[in-house]
Design a binder for this molecule. Structure first.
Ligand code: C5P
Length: 402
């Protein structure tokens, strides 16, 4: 298994005595672990125990001259592939929700771009308190992951939810968040967004594509270890971590960029909404309405753009090529004829007539259409989840080709 970097933050509850067991589970799974702890945590578990099991010095202070000289706290936040707060007290959860940065644990949580997994441990009434519930909801809204708390007998004498989950369960959850690195060594080219075809100096023909689906594929592929190039039409979306981005405007520019990157790719995913037509000639000057009488017509001559997907499929060799088809009607029948015509390995069909799916929303309801005409319909999922399923199929196709 590939070694991942896990930062374990221990805060001050009785369950802290289980933290060394959690660290051991990570180390046994082959991961590199570094521990940090709050001052209160050191009342419940010895820093020496954590140092021994992790094989690394344990940090306790935000500003410690000796420690900052080794690996400073921002470098530590960047180092982590995953941050696990276990146990997390009600106080720490409140401070995380508040975005405080007055000691080491909350500062690291604020500075890191890695996913955050929290294993709460506290008295049942503290867990159920509306203040804690509101903090949990705030953090959930920011994408924080939770494991537990479990119900049972609590150290304080009460019964109920509040026990920190078993280290084995926390480790299992962490593993699933770290995800498979099954695309390590794979070079993936993904296109995203819509193209813009100039009409005149200020206008263009465009479409409603937001780029979210293609960006999700790029993000998930990079997380799974692929070397990702994202060729994107104009989009306000942030470039996913670890992805090389190439910006283009028109379909012809997208074609040039795709052909330039294609030779080096093992996988191509064409999620872009490429304009099928462009104005035959874009006027260099703005077309003025004043030059036309009220009610007069203006014709725009359009010419067909090259079909990039069909073009690369003709020369695809051992590459895996995936196309998308956004349709408003006859979705499956159209997708079947499209995959036959274009020659890709898999076509992702989505029904854009559905308001909850398709353009500029975070969810998508898609069907995978295969060259032989068989269809796998997925339930409504987030675009990141659709990307995950798509990459599972790509991994399988790559495996079959070896
Ligand atoms: O034919 P249609 O546009 O519906 O096909 C959609 C698929 O083909 C998408 O994967 C899209 O990126 C790709 N495509 C292309 N070049 C075009 C039009 C579409 O690569 N000119």
């Amino acid at each position: 298994m590939e070694q991942r970097h896990i930062l374990v933050a221990v805060t001050g509850g009785i369950a802290a005595y289980k933290a060394p067991e959690l660290v051991r589970a990570f180390v046994k799974a082959g991961h590199a672990v570094r521990c940090v702890m709050t001052r209160a945590a050191a009342e419940f578990v010895s820093p020496m125990a954590l140092q021994t099991v992790s094989g690394q010095p344990v940090r306790r202070e935000l500003f410690d001259a000796a420690e900052e000289g080794g690996i400073d706290h921002i470098a530590l936040a960047d180092w982590a592939d995953l941050v696990v707060v276990a146990p997390a007290t009600a106080h720490t959860i409140a401070r995380l929700a508040g975005g405080l940065a007055d000691e080491l644990v909350t500062t690291l949580a604020l500075a890191t771009r890695a996913p955050l997994l929290i294993a709460p441990a506290m008295n049942v009434n503290m867990w159920r308190h509306p203040a804690t519930a509101a903090n949990v909801a705030t953090l959930t809204g920011r994408g924080v992951h939770w494991v537990g708390p479990d119900a049972g007998e609590l150290a304080c004498g009460w019964e109920g939810e509040g026990r920190m989950s078993d280290p084995a369960r926390i480790a299992e959850r962490a593993e699933s968040l770290l995800g498979a690195r099954d695309l390590t060594g794979v070079r993936l080219l993904v296109t995203a967004g819509g193209t813009r075809e100039p009409v005149d100096a200020v206008r263009y023909l465009g479409n409603r594509s937001s780029g979210k689906m293609g960006y999700a594929v790029a993000r998930q592929a990079a997380r799974r270890g692929a070397e990702v190039v994202l060729v994107t039409g104009p989009s306000g979306l942030a470039t996913p971590d670890g992805v090389r981005r190439v910006d283009v405007g028109t379909a012809l520019e997208m074609r040039d960029a795709v052909l330039a990157e294609f030779a080096a790719a093992d996988v191509v995913v064409k999620a872009a909404a490429v304009a099928d037509f462009r104005p035959a000639a874009a006027s260099e000057l703005k077309i003025r309405k004043e030059d036309l009488a009220d009610g007069a017509g203006l014709s725009l001559e359009l010419v067909r753009n090259p079909d990039i997907l069909a073009e690369i499929c003709r020369d695809k060799g051992k590459r895996v090529v995936v196309g998308f088809a956004a349709e408003s009607h006859d979705v499956i029948a159209t997708a079947r004829s499209k995959i036959a015509r274009k020659g890709c390995d898999l076509l992702v069909a989505n029904d854009v007539s559905n308001a909850d799916s398709g353009f500029d929303v975070d969810h998508n309801t898609v069907s995978f259409v295969w060259p032989a005409g068989d269809v796998e319909s997925l339930p409504p999922l987030s675009k990141d989840e659709v990307a995950g399923h798509l990459l599972d199929r790509v991994t399988k196709l790559l495996g079959d080709r070896e």
